[in-house]
Design a protein around this ligand. Structure first.
Ligand SMILES: [Zn+2]
Ligand SMILES: [Zn+2]
Length: 273
């Protein structure tokens, strides 16, 4: 078995429980990567709750959570991840954006403290470990999985990931802001010839100037990076809450005219490499 990727949450910024958004989905960032028997979770947005239920059905006993960063749309599903409350579950949590200013355990604990949340992190009864690393570090996971990382351009920092398994690769690059006309060298290096690039395409190039400094990129920049780095397939991700299904379908069609192997992530969909 190769690498399989399932989108449990594709929205950026805030969940959108709107009929007009259900084709692409309303939950925030959460992706499941299966590399053989190894389970990796990319971000803990609201999509994580449903992934937890699936893990319970499939009796999954071990997973690694790789966090891009800790803005709320990437961690607000964490307190609702059922397996974390089960003694038989082994949960490894990693983040690279805190750079010694903080540690990932205390940041995740803070959002579960009263009066923000009534159930503290300590009640998570699974075997849980927390690991901070530096963006740019590489490390191995169980089953021959290699993870490479790079720093992204985002307020409070963020980490981009490249996961490699049996010659297959997927890169997860969100949240990040580009500098128009200057492709991000850290990203280009990390995603070079990757099979699948999942990229922060919150805005369009037309919308971007009024949102400069907000920490996000555009689908057109995603296409430019994908071409420069000879990426296999581009996935548009971290959809702007104001982009309803009609808008998202239009963006996806426009992107496909520039780069045919492109699609916009839909909640619940999977891709097998
Ligand atoms: Zn975000
Ligand atoms: Zn963010």
């Amino acid at each position: 078995m190769g690498l399989s990727i399932t989108f449990w949450g594709v929205r950026g910024t805030i969940p959108c429980a709107l009929a007009s958004h259900m084709q692409f989905g309303g939950n925030t960032s959460c992706i499941e990567v299966k590399a053989g028997e190894t389970r990796i979770i990319l971000d803990a947005g609201t999509g994580l709750r449903l992934l937890g239920k699936r893990f319970q059905v499939e009796e999954i006993t071990k997973a690694t959570l790789l966090l891009s960063h800790t803005h709320l749309d990437h961690i607000s599903g964490f307190p609702f991840f059922g397996p974390a409350f089960q003694p038989g579950f082994n949960f490894n949590i990693m983040a690279g954006h805190l750079n010694g200013r903080n540690d990932i355990r205390s940041v995740l604990a803070r959002q579960m403290e009263r009066p923000l949340f009534p159930v503290p992190l300590l009640t998570m009864g699974c075997a849980i470990s927390f690991q901070d690393f530096l963006p740019g570090d590489s490390f191995g996971l169980d089953g021959g999985v290699t993870v490479r990382t790079a720093p992204l351009n985002h307020p409070d920092g963020a980490t981009g990931y490249r996961i490699e398994y049996k010659g297959l690769s997927v890169a997860y690059i969100t949240d990040t802001e580009h500098v128009p006309g200057h492709p991000d060298k850290n990203i280009l290096q990390l995603v070079e010839e990757v099979n699948l690039l999942i990229y922060d395409t919150t805005y369009t190039d037309e919308e971007y100037p009024s949102r400069a400094g907000w920490g996000h990129s555009t689908w057109q920049e995603g296409v430019r990076l994908a071409r420069l780095a000879r990426v296999g397939r581009l996935v548009l991700f971290h959809h702007e809450p104001d982009h309803d299904d009609v808008t998202m379908a239009r963006i996806e069609a426009q992107a496909q005219t520039m780069l045919p192997n492109t699609f916009a992530a839909r909640e619940g969909s999977s891709i097998v490499l």
